[in-house]
Write a protein that binds this ligand. Structure first.
Ligand code: SAH
Length: 347
């Protein structure tokens, strides 16, 4: 009977050190291998060139490295790159590299499919297959870091959890992945350059605050009126805006970190004065800024980007109330890499 080999990256550094000691080697060997597995992102034991061949063979006999594989890479006219990422069990997620003049941002997935049901999002049409584990999240970041160095001659500067899935429905694994990304033994990245975006799960936002996380928080608001929000994001029926507000106040009191609201303005849905007023009011509860995101159509007529005038109404009202607002143009639309378009067309 073949015994299934264990994924070596499920071991902590201490466990790896112990493994070597119990096999008659030095604990230090564990540090070396750990570095290969994480900051150097080795895909195979044979890549570990400063480890003796016999040791590499011994590792091979005992473990596997379940590294992700970038199956397909598509490049957009605007420099955006989309990776179709094959997981060890054959499932596929997507991650995106978004370059600007000054930074490279990785947009990564946290789940295969999504647990939520936002009507305007392509990912919501896939049912949630499973959560990604911490190394599958970490590997996406590493792959984009390598691509950034290759194509833009600079390392990755920012990470947003705005790919497929709801990060706060895969809480523990997302936190573990970020711990690794910021650790000097991983990528040593500052948590201030990482943003976790949530559709707004109040209980989990409070948990983030209790856990004193150091990364940034973004909330996909899209409407500050319960009736509209629960129509376009049906899961939010269980999480009224009053609960969301309370959790955000809790977050801010504990972390003093400003929140970003993501907001799309759609024709006939939230392009009206009542919606503008409600957003302005909501923005006064907690220090924040607003990103107005361009809508990326997902092949159905229900949602359409609102007119330039309606968007200007939002900008005017927010600025009049000293709320910072930015309009975010879509990137990578020609390769279906823009917000809400990640749905494995090729898979
Ligand atoms: N589940 C998380 C993260 C993934 S979505 C969240 O909801 O925040 C990343 C962003 O893209 C969210 O703000 C989401 O509301 C937005 N989005 C989804 N579909 C979109 C579409 N078709 N056009 C523009 N933005 C979209």
């Amino acid at each position: 009977m073949q015994i299934e080999k264990k994924d070596i990256r499920a071991l902590s550094k201490d466990q790896l050190r112990e493994f070597f000691v119990s096999n008659g080697d030095k604990a230090f060997r564990g540090n070396q291998v750990y570095e290969w597995l994480w900051s150097k992102g080795a895909h195979n034991f044979d890549d570990m060139t400063n480890v003796a061949k016999t040791t590499r063979q011994m590792l091979e006999e005992n473990f596997v490295i379940n590294h992700i594989r970038v199956d397909q890479m598509q490049k957009s006219e605007d420099g955006t790159v989309k990776n179709a990422v094959r997981l060890h069990d054959g499932l596929v997620v997507e991650s995106v590299l978004i370059p600007t003049n000054t930074r490279t941002t990785a947009c990564v997935s946290s789940q295969v499919g999504c647990s939520l049901d936002c009507n305007f999002c392509a990912t919501a049409r896939l049912k949630r297959m499973r959560n990604l584990n911490p190394d599958e999240i970490y590997d996406q970041v590493l792959a984009i870091d390598n691509e950034s160095k290759l194509y833009h001659n600079r390392p990755l500067s920012n990470i947003v959890f705005m790919g497929m899935g709801e990060p706060l429905m895969n809480y523990n694994n997302v936190i573990k992945a970020i711990d690794k990304i910021v650790s000097p033994e991983g990528l040593g990245m500052s948590p201030k350059r990482i943003t976790v975006s949530t559709s707004g799960i109040p209980k989990m936002i409070k948990k983030l605050a209790d856990d004193e996380v150091k990364f940034r928080l973004a909330v996909s608001l899209h409407s500050a009126i319960d009736e509209i929000r629960s129509r376009i994001m049906p899961f939010s029926q269980n999480f009224p805006l009053s609960d969301l507000r309370e959790s955000l106040e809790y977050w801010y009191n504990k972390t003093r970190s400003k929140i970003t609201y993501e907001y799309v303005v759609w024709k006939g849905i939230n392009d009206n004065k009542a919606s503008v007023d409600a957003l302005v009011k909501f923005c006064k509860y907690v220090p924040c800024k607003v990103n107005l995101i361009e809508y990326n159509p997902i092949d159905d007529g229900e949602f359409q980007q609102a007119s330039e005038e309606s968007i200007n109404e939002y900008i005017k009202a927010l600025e009049k109330n000293d709320i910072v607002v930015k309009v975010r143009r879509s990137r990578g639309k020609d390769i279906d890499a823009a917000c809400g378009q990640l749905a494995n067309k090729e898979a």
